[in-house]
Design a protein around this ligand. Sequence first.
Ligand code: S3P
Length: 445
Amino acid sequence: MKNIISINHKLNNYKKKNIKVDGDKSLSIRFIILSSISKGKCIATNILKSEDVISAIKSIKKLGIKIIIKKSKCEVYGKGLFGYSYKKNLILNAGNSGTTARLLLSVLVDAKKKIKITGDSSLKKRDMNRIIVPLKKFGVKFKSNNGKLPVYTSGSKLLRPINFYEHLGSAQCKSAVMIAALKTFGVTNIKSLPSRDHTEIMFRHVLKVPIIIKKKKNYELIKIKGLNEFKSFNYKIPGDISSASFFIVLTLLSKNKSLLIKNVNVNPSRTGIIKILNLMGAKIKFINKKKYKGENIADIFVRSAKKLKSINLSPKLNSSAIDEFLLIFLVASKCNGVSIFKNLSELNKKESKRLNWGFKILKLIGVKTKRLNTHGIKIYGKPKLNLNKTYIIKNYLKDHRVFMVSVIAALSLGGSWKIHDSDSYKTSFPAFIKILKNLGAKINE
Ligand code: S3P
């Protein structure tokens, strides 16, 4: 059969194994975009070579920026804040990547010609108004069909700084405004609900542009002074905790396993999954902790859990685990007790409607759930959950995280699985299947 993988076994003992996951996706895309507006040659090592990052690279190249990929290195020849060449009838395709589409719209605020930004069928369903609305306040002109791709932008000759309240807890929205502020005369002010803070860290520790960040209890205040050119820089991209999470959960849910995942970015705005799993009874540890250009890096040690307990999760932890909820739901399925997760409307705005997919996958494997008001889910855990039927996963808009969580469910819970669109994982984690095979998984492609 074409493009379907089958998995018919639980992954047996691996002990004291070391693995490395691919480079961080958020940092890789930010590196490509920000290096392209620096002054000179930037080099990243361990850049993620996934489809999302390739979409960012191809788009930036179309703006006249030279980018060379050499084995594990990526060289970007930045031309300064206003160095793009804007050709006629330019079309940039962000593929499946929300981050690429949204950050591209922001780095194009000074476009001199009309540019079309488009994406694949999943990305065309996603909301771009959350970016268009604040960028219009800078003075940028847009045309779109109700805030969906394709979006046409024709930039602005007179960008003006803005005051922006980022109320969704979206790092993409916050980052888009921050990047637009770099090209704008004056001071842009942002008040932002918590979300990953890689852009703030890069601005302060790598680009060294004038920025003031005040972290308050429930929000963050950011001030950026624009029109400061910045020098070229190098960056060693650490492993992606979102990719590491698949292996953390696989280890946790199976018997007699332990795993060390080396050199992962454990920025506190990304480690919600670790905090949540530890609250559920896991004993995941960070070792060899170090700092790199403002980011926290560590090796992650995890072993199989003897007992897992349910959780009533405080929504305060939602943003730091935003891409990991399908995995967290899977763990809740094996817990003793009923787990509750609330305020997850943003999950249905991802590559697929991920909250709905949570319900679908749990129903498929025979775990009872209830829908809660305000976009929540109640999961009735089954500690003895053990699967022995046939399970088919398809029509999920090729959402890489739906694909990978299904593979982890198969390898940790058993049963016979057929998962369609077997190349979906290449969007974010090209080494996923290879690492599983090295750990002993038998996956028929
Ligand atoms: C990302 C931010 C998150 C996350 C996405 C990557 C980023 O989205 O879901 O996968 O790199 O900024 P939000 O914009 O909703 O925070």
